[in-house]
Design a protein around this ligand. Structure first.
Ligand SMILES: NC(=O)C1=CN([C@@H]2O[C@H](COP(=O)(O)OP(=O)(O)OC[C@H]3O[C@@H](n4cnc5c(N)ncnc54)[C@H](O)[C@@H]3O)[C@@H](O)[C@H]2O)C=CC1
Ligand SMILES: O=C(CO)COP(=O)(O)O
Length: 346
């Protein structure tokens, strides 16, 4: 295709495979890098990634590979769809293959334990000289590959990168908006996973529609309040990468975070729920990190605290819900009012 962009996706899991398919359907050659030679070989022969999308025939422009050096060196645009837990190690090992000014986009919605870093910060540290962006929005992999119409946000300080990503990914079912707030877009994607776990848990206990509306609304307030305390722009949380992604992951059983919450709500232990899922649910780890950070920064996060008590301290769901509904701290104001001389708080 004229104007085809050479692309690479690092990570052959659910989202890496879905994004590779979108790129290929748009006419761009994609090298889909994965660590398992067996898996790459099977996909090459069958054109199916059986572990994640047994029903989906991959476009002929998707080339599965285990040659990371070749995949990176040939690409104009590199997307990274790896769990946050392994993100830095994989990128560090591959660092020698990247070139100056190459465009690298994180698709990962998580936080690094050491130093509470987001993935764009990891990329900037490990790959100085490259141009970095993040993509985030309501993009359940299972719906993307079905061409269900949706949108996403590419955030980067680099205008050319934003435009290239819009060209590469945009199509009749996927609209890509640009944003300059890299930190806010990325933080929104990571935080909403926590509330998807809460929502799954509540759904398993038979929550009503009023309850769901309350939960999502208060989740948005809580994540925005935290983001403001971390220096992000609260307006970003009213967009696709904030409330947009929050709504979809809190509402859909296609969300792995929601599914973990649902399983715990039905009586599984956290370990059982995660093992049964067999894919990454970033919210479980993010919860621990945000819980700790909220204490450090003295940010009021009752939902985070409640979920942490249930998942990591063995508290009963009934007790936590009772405590949340009877809380006195801030219970008389919907928005936490800014103290004299401070900026807005939500
Ligand atoms: N699945 C989805 O709908 C979406 C996922 N994301 C984000 O994308 C990131 C990746 O998620 P998924 O692809 O869905 O997870 P997944 O669990 O489906 O796949 C993760 C992939 O990473 C691979 N992997 C794990 N450790 C590795 C290592 N050390 N070296 C190389 N490969 C390794 C696994 O083999 C697997 O193929 C997460 O941060 C997630 O939040 C973002 C948007 C949508
Ligand atoms: O981020 C997602 C959709 O936008 C996917 O959420 P899960 O990781 O919970 O499946």
């Amino acid at each position: 295709m004229e104007n085809a962009i050479q692309t690479t996706v690092l990570g052959g899991g659910s989202f890496g495979t879905a994004m590779a398919q979108v790129l290929a359907e748009n006419g761009h050659p994609v090298r889909l890098w994965m660590r398992s030679a067996e898996q790459a070989e099977a996909i090459r022969h069958t054109r199916i990634n059986h572990q994640y999308f047994p029903e989906l025939e991959l476009d002929s422009l998707v080339e599965p590979t285990t040659d990371m050096g070749g995949a990176i060196e040939q690409a104009e645009l590199v997307f990274v769809a790896l769990p946050s837990k392994v993100f830095r190690d994989v990128i560090r090992n591959a660092a020698g293959h990247f070139r100056d000014q190459q465009m690298v986009v994180s698709l990962t919605k998580g936080i690094e334990r050491d130093g509470f870093r987001l993935m764009s910060q990891v990329l900037k540290e490990e790959l100085p000289g490259t141009r970095v962006g993040v993509l985030s929005g309501p993009n359940l992999a299972g719906e993307l590959v079905q061409h269900e119409i949706t949108a996403s946000v590419i955030a980067s300080e680099d205008r050319e990168l934003r435009e290239r990503v819009q060209q590469a990914l945009g199509n009749a079912y996927f609209r890509i908006y640009a944003n300059l707030d890299v930190y806010g877009v990325e933080l929104g994607g990571a935080l909403k996973n926590i509330y998807a776990v809460v929502s799954g848990l509540a759904d398993a206990r038979g929550m009503g529609e009023n309850t769901k509306s309350m939960l999502i609304t208060r989740s948005l307030a809580e994540m925005s309040r935290f983001a403001v305390s971390m220096g992000a722009n609260p307006m970003t949380f009213l967009g696709l990468a904030g409330v947009g992604d929050l709504i979809v992951t809190c509402s859909s059983s296609l969300s792995r975070n929601y599914r973990v919450g649902y399983a715990v709500g039905q009586g599984s232990t956290l370990d059982e729920a995660v093992t049964e899922l067999g894919q990454v649910a970033e919210g479980v780890r993010t919860l621990e990190l945000v819980h700790e950070k909220a204490i450090e920064l003295d940010v009021y996060m009752p939902l985070v605290r409640g979920l942490y008590q249930i998942l990591y301290r063995g508290a009963s769901i009934t007790d936590v819900v009772g405590a949340l509904m009877n809380a006195t701290q801030n219970s008389d104001v919907e928005f936490i009012l800014p103290r004299q001389g401070e900026g807005s708080a939500i």
